[in-house]
Design a protein around this ligand. Sequence first.
Ligand code: GNR
Ligand code: NI
Length: 167
Amino acid sequence: MASLFVLVYPDDRLRIKAEPVLQFNAQLKQEIKDLFETMYEDHGVGLAATQVNIHKRMFVMDCSENKSTPLCFINPEIIYSEGEALSEEGCLSFPGVYANVSRTAKIRVKYLNELGEAQERAFENLESMCVQHEIDHLNGITFIDHLSNLKRVRLLKKLQKQQRQAL
Ligand code: GNR
Ligand code: NI
């Protein structure tokens, strides 16, 4: 068991596009375990492999109140989208800053679970936002890429200020 170090903006490795998972072996199992441990320890509702410098198309998520619904998504694909929703997002790679992001309200996702079994599920509300946020990470995209230039500049200034104060 190991809690992993989460990459923080402006780390260039957050821009790497992850590769599909082809092998379900012991190493993958360990990486998934470490993703869950890191997500729970850092109090995130999701964590993409990209954020811990593992460039494989997988992420973990648990949006439940009592942290009782661990979900692992491997090679996820959004196969259906509907509606639009604006909600406040944060990201473990941008500690301490939050912004309203506009995304698709309802999605249907096809993915493999940790055993390599094909799954298909619909998501809405926080889970839908989180799945979209994590798939973005796997494509080297972060939530600030969804903001207007003005809002992005403001948020990054706030982040820099907090990072200076943390030194
Ligand atoms: O902890 C997180 N909260 C969150 C809130 C709204 C939409 C997405 C998220 S994901 C984020 C953890 C994270 O950075 N995942 O990549
Ligand atoms: Ni994130």
